[in-house]
Design a protein around this ligand. Structure first.
Ligand SMILES: [Zn+2]
Length: 468
């Protein structure tokens, strides 16, 4: 331990950190125990009444808490003014989560309580369009989301920020997409470009891996919420993983952990989107299932190690046909055929189930999770794959009965990553409420027609309306 540092007088940064921590403590207290008075907060969280008053004033300004009159109780009538209670507000906070997948962009907006106030899916071929055009499309969709929420809002809207879920490796600090194999992007400064094309302040944009955000959503709001040891598997063309261990996301030293889709399971197997052979993704990704089931009858994406798309590189055609349909539609086609008793489809699903079980067994041996949640397209084919996958998983795990680990289907479906991204922005606000002041309108401009922009700015600059 550095004694010189340990004994140094507190710096300004220390005070800021303490202040930020105190704001978080008050917010979490109100979020957990419900409405409370200033005096009650002070007693219960162990801060002085004057400190609590200052913190509450700041949180009121930010619209994160609101004052409500204490409901008079009939059995213990009290004389004088009713006590003022404070409760978590955040209805005017907008947290945006966007997901870029191979075939669509999803934008979800929530308030501070996580209630969805906006949801839009747009079919979009991010691989064919390239990263710049995708950034522009994400920017436009998010601007539209803000405009829509602002139009419906009785008072103002403050942006908590935008988290973008990307199917690949992401440098969280810099907003650079290191490698997104199924989009053919490599080393692209997506966060910076998105800030430029959308007028979003760079500090309001966060990038993250889609599976990690989806795992967060499952852990918080999914059917197995609160399960401290959980693994989420994305079910799209690509297969990603998000690992929650002891209630914490396991990201590794670079934030690149959880790339379970690239576990090598069959060295002589099919070529993966990453260019290698025999990755789990090449065995259980949606394209692998379509190929096995004979549903890849239209032109497929180019095989072999694809050159990564970077700024200025020519767009690569991905072919017309099933890939232009959503993953959900294509998986539904498989289910339709299976229901009709199509032999090839049923055999393909049996093969899929075995590979899901083999990979899941590896994960259970390494992480000992309580549940492995299959997301995305797996929901459509669950009834044909779960029994075999579960059996194969149990056979491959050292611990008896796979330690009781369950294989479950996501209740959040294709929304999981965008929901998790929005939840991540809410966490950021709770952890550092002052960041809202930095990102509040009118600094956060709205691109688009000037009239619309001005109207939006006027609306959001209006003083906060009285609480109903
Ligand atoms: Zn791979």
């Amino acid at each position: 331990m550095n004694h010189r540092l340990a004994s140094a007088a507190p710096t300004r940064a220390d005070h800021r950190a303490v202040h930020r921590n105190n704001l978080e403590v008050v917010l979490r207290h109100l979020g957990t125990v419900g409405p409370d008075s200033r005096a009650g907060i002070a007693t219960r969280v162990g801060l002085t009444p004057s400190t609590v008053s200052r913190l509450v004033a700041e949180l009121l300004d930010l619209g994160l808490v609101r004052e409500v009159a204490d409901a008079p109780s009939s059995d213990t009538p009290r004389p004088g003014r009713p006590a003022i209670q404070l409760e978590l507000d955040g209805r005017h906070i907008l947290a945006l989560g966007a997901e870029i997948s191979v075939d669509r962009i999803t934008v979800i907006g929530t308030d501070l309580a996580g209630t969805v106030v906006y949801h839009r899916d747009r079919v979009f071929d991010a691989a064919r369009s390239g990263p710049e055009a995708t950034a522009a499309a994400v920017g436009r969709l998010c601007t539209r989301a803000v405009d829509t929420v602002v139009r419906k809002s009785p008072a103002h809207v403050t942006l908590a920020g935008l988290a973008v879920a990307v199917p690949g490796l992401v440098e969280v600090e810099t907003g650079v997409v290191t490698e997104a194999p199924n989009l053919y992007w490599r080393g692209f400064p997506f966060g910076k470009v998105l800030a430029e094309v959308s007028d979003l302040p760079p500090e309001a944009i966060v990038l993250g891996n889609d599976a990690n955000f989806a795992a967060l959503a499952e852990y918080r709001i999914g059917s197995r919420a609160g399960t401290p040891n959980l693994i989420y598997i994305t079910g799209e063309v690509g297969i990603g993983g998000g690992v929650i261990a002891a209630g914490q996301g396991l990201l590794g030293s670079h934030g690149h952990g959880g790339e379970i889709g690239h576990m090598k399971l069959d060295p002589k197997g099919a070529r993966c989107g990453c260019g290698r052979r025999g990755c789990w993704e090449a065995l259980i990704g949606l394209d692998a299932l379509l190929r096995e089931a004979g549903l890849d009858d239209e032109p497929t994406p180019p095989q072999g190690r694809r050159s990564a798309r970077t700024a200025g590189a020519p767009a690569r055609a991905t072919g017309r046909g099933p890939r232009q349909w959503s993953a959900s539609t294509r998986a539904a086609r498989v289910a339709e055929r299976a229901r009709a008793g199509d032999k090839r489809t049923l055999a393909a699903l049996e093969t899929l189930a075995r590979w899901v079980g083999i990979g899941a067994a590896n994960l259970v041996n390494i992480f000992d999770p309580q549940v492995i949640i299959l997301g995305g397209y797996f929901r459509h084919v669950a009834e044909w794959i779960l029994p075999t996958a579960r059996q194969v998983m149990v056979e491959g795990v050292l611990a008896p009965d796979a330690g009781g680990c369950e294989l479950a289907i996501s209740s959040l479906g294709f929304e999981a990553a965008a929901r998790g991204a929005a939840l991540h922005m809410i966490d950021q606000v709770i952890a550092d409420p002052a960041r809202l002041a930095v990102q509040a309108y009118p600094k956060w401009g709205v691109p688009g027609p000037a009239r619309q922009r001005d109207r939006a700015r006027r609306r959001v600059s209006e003083p906060r309306a009285a609480s109903p």
